[in-house]
Design a binder for this molecule. Structure first.
Ligand SMILES: NC(=O)c1ccc[n+]([C@@H]2O[C@H](COP(=O)([O-])OP(=O)(O)OC[C@H]3O[C@@H](n4cnc5c(N)ncnc54)[C@H](O)[C@@H]3O)[C@@H](O)[C@H]2O)c1
Ligand SMILES: O=c1ccn([C@@H]2O[C@H](COP(=O)(O)OP(=O)(O)O[C@H]3O[C@H](CO)[C@@H](O)[C@H](O)[C@H]3O)[C@@H](O)[C@H]2O)c(=O)[nH]1
Length: 665
């Protein structure tokens, strides 16, 4: 590329205050951009987030040699020579191949659901991590999410031809075999070359060193993935930013693309992901919304339409929101910050409840305010604080942006959400030590729950790790940790990151069952809201099991007998078939192909680790009472146990925000 420098990117180069000017197209200019033959490549006058002046000249007039990899225009693109305009991306129907770069918690499930609903599109999921890819290709997926294995097996392995007979159906329904269309591999370049759409789905943690350490997002993986895309993607390929990124990253991606491919124009879309771990498949199957941000230009809007077409295979159009790129990037950060803010708000109330005594109960307050439809009941569960790989990082990201814009009051406002979160977990750890007479020496503490929330095996930035660090500083005899979803080695790996001394580390034991962990313990800390920890309790209303029985109606029969039955239709069929069989099955129609056997050395098969709890090994609090040391403390950081009942069994219990005692710290 001669002497041209690759652009310096993203947050490191925010402009001086007051220079954040951009021009969104006026209605008139947008209308003209949409008119046939429009040639404006973009309406942003300057990239406010990138050092230097971006090249807004048409690709053909920029410096640099012609792109040797650029191929003849493919079907659906508008050749620039014919129109004088930048090449417009293909429209939805032309999307034949999608590539996900990054097979992590987001990339894997998102790619699987897209492939599941679009059997005509080949979805390649690529990652540099060979072990992760090997897991995606096995019976033991690297992440545990309800329903994920079935979705992956359907798309990755294809299905068998099958005939379904159901009561209410006049004639059996024949389902053809489905061809595999989901491929996990390490062949990053090959998958990018083939792709019509590339999703960048790599990690964006908070920087740990250098400029902005502890607050700024590290976009180096996005940069690196973009470089590989820039060098290999075909002209017309749409680049989608799926990772959660600082505002302005789409521009950074665009600049890297321009640097490596000055002759080729690519559209970059923002399409943030809103799935929550533990409910990933449900969230992807029935999203509240799909957000697509694009340049407000003809090619930008066309690219957005192409992506919309992919989602429209199963998401109602009204739920697909299209905005400009910046709004989309910002909306993702704001969504997480506001969800976290609700948790910190209710946790702040929990501190008041505990201090005021008088029986004030944060769960009652939460119930009462949540009935107000303007407030709503979600994300008002008080607890020991929020963990996970997203909330903290995204709040820091938003606050960093505000700080760079000299909006210090705004930055402090959002950082207050994190302050309360830290305060809450410190309060919890302090309470444990105080109630145990100010010393943990010679005592065993059981920790029930390590995952940052239930339903997942993700141990990243778990609240438990912070609590364990505080407890370990008191040099207890032992800290015995049990989590029904996390693998022991992953728990230990996280613990090793928190800087404990050798002597502290030696006191930590990871248990594979709750009995081992509570045996002889002086106190139990419940830190994850696993259903299993509620335990066998008298007087708790039994949750209704199973779904309401569906009956086959005419509309259903018509949709089922439609020859071009979509996966949505097949899901209905599966729902109906599931009602007919006594045991829950991932394969009610007998459609799934048998799984290939694992190699003999499969560590998962050997240890059974990391599988989600099946609900059979409920904690039996009566048994626990007989196993613990007096006075049998239970510190319930998630308000999952029945406080009164446990007190009846002889436990001393402290929940979060339960003002039953007047305590002073
Ligand atoms: N975890 C969530 O629930 C969640 C939800 C919404 C959004 N997000 C966002 O999505 C992004 C990804 O998160 P995640 O949890 O999936 O991360 P992850 O760490 O689980 O996965 C990222 C993957 O990208 C791979 N990778 C990194 N650089 C690569 C490269 N150049 N080429 C190929 N592969 C590469 C890594 O090996 C890793 O497997 C982040 O920005 C995150 O903030 C996460
Ligand atoms: O009322 C509540 C709800 C949650 N939590 C805690 O908050 C954390 C995060 O939970 P949750 O938001 O359910 O899981 P995440 O997987 O972190 O999902 C969040 O972060 C993702 C990554 O950006 C987003 O995509 C999701 O929309 C957003 O909910 C966990 O520790 C929970 O225990 C509470 O303490 N109280």
């Amino acid at each position: 590329m001669g002497s041209v420098q690759e652009p310096v990117v993203a947050q490191t180069a925010l402009p001086p205050h007051g220079q954040l000017t951009r021009s969104l197209p006026s209605t008139q200019s947008l209308a003209s951009a949409l008119s046939p033959g429009a040639s404006t490549p973009g309406s942003w006058v300057a990239n406010p987030w990138v050092r230097g002046t971006p090249d807004t000249s048409p690709p053909s007039s920029r410096s640099g040699s012609p792109d040797p990899k650029s191929k003849a225009p493919i079907e659906g693109t508008i050749p620039s020579s014919e129109t004088g305009a930048v090449e417009a991306p293909r429209v939805a129907k032309d999307v034949k191949s999608i590539c996900f770069v990054g097979a992590g918690f987001v990339g894997g499930p998102t790619a699987a659901v897209i492939a599941y609903h679009n059997p005509q599109i080949v979805v390649n999921v690529v990652d540099l991590n060979e072990q992760r890819v090997a897991h995606w290709n096995s019976a033991h997926l690297p992440i545990h999410e309800d329903g994920l294995l079935k979705v992956v097996r359907t798309a990755r392995d294809g299905t068998l031809e099958t005939t379904v007979s159901l009561p209410g159906l006049a004639s059996p329904v024949k389902l053809g075999a489905r061809q595999p269309n989901l491929v996990f591999s390490t062949k990053v370049v090959e998958a990018i070359v083939e792709a019509d759409i590339v999703f960048i789905c790599v990690n964006t943690p908070t920087k740990t060193h250098g400029l902005g350490a502890g607050s700024m997002a590290d976009v180096s993986a996005v940069e690196s993935a973009t470089r590989t895309v820039a060098k290999n993607a075909r002209a017309g390929t749409i680049i989608v930013e799926k990772s959660t990124v600082p505002c302005g990253t789409a521009r950074m991606i665009q600049d890297i693309l321009r640097y490596h491919r000055p002759e080729t124009s690519f559209e970059v879309l923002s399409n943030p992901e809103f799935l929550a771990e533990g409910t990933a498949v449900e969230n992807l199957m029935q999203p509240d919304r799909i957000l697509i941000g694009s340049a407000q230009t003809l090619p930008g809007l066309r690219a957005a339409a192409a992506l919309k077409g992919v989602y429209a295979a199963w998401v109602p159009e009204a739920r697909i929101v299209t905005v400009n790129t910046f709004s989309s990037e910002l909306a993702k950060l704001v969504a997480n910050t506001m969800l976290a803010q609700r948790i910190s708000s209710i946790n702040a109330v929990s501190a008041i409840c505990e201090e005021i005594g008088l029986g004030a109960d944060v769960d009652d307050v939460s119930l009462a305010i949540g009935k107000d439809t303007r407030i709503g009941r979600k994300f008002l569960q008080a607890g020991v604080g929020f963990g996970g790989s997203c909330f903290e990082k995204d709040i820091l990201n938003l606050a960093y942006l505000a700080r760079e814009l000299h909006l210090h009051v705004v930055a402090d406002y959002w950082l207050g959400v994190l302050k309360i979160n830290e305060y809450q977990r410190q309060r919890f750890a302090r309470n444990v030590v105080r109630e145990l007479n100010g010393t943990l020496r010679g005592k065993k503490i059981a920790v029930l729950g390590f995952a940052f929330k239930d339903g997942t095996n993700d141990t990243r930035n778990s609240i438990a790790v912070h609590i364990i660090k505080s407890l370990a500083e008191e040099m207890p005899r032992e800290i015995a940790i049990f989590d029904p979803g996390c693998a022991s080695d992953e728990i230990m790996e996280e613990i090793k990151k928190i800087g404990l001394s050798q002597s502290q580390l030696e006191r930590i034991k990871i248990c594979t069952g709750w009995r081992d962990s509570v045996q002889d313990a002086s106190a139990i800390c419940v830190l994850t809201q696993w259903e299993q920890f509620r335990g066998i309790q008298v007087g708790r209303p039994v949750k209704a099991v199973g779904k309401a029985v569906k009956t086959v109606d005419d509309a259903m029969i018509r949709s089922i007998q439609d020859e071009s039955l979509s996966e949505m239709g097949i899901l209905t069929l599966e729902d109906l078939a599931s009602q007919d069989i006594s045991t829950a099955s991932d394969n009610p129609l007998g459609r799934l192909k048998p799984l290939s056997p694992c190699p003999e050395v499969c560590s998962h098969c050997a240890s059974g680790s990391g599988s989600m709890p099946d609900g059979e090994d409920m904690v039996d609090w009566v048994e626990v009472a007989s196993m613990m040391q007096e006075p049998r403390w239970v510190f319930d950081g998630r308000n999952v146990v029945n406080l009164l009942e446990l007190e009846g069994l002889g436990f001393k219990v402290r929940g979060i925000g339960k003002g039953t005692m007047l305590t002073k710290y």
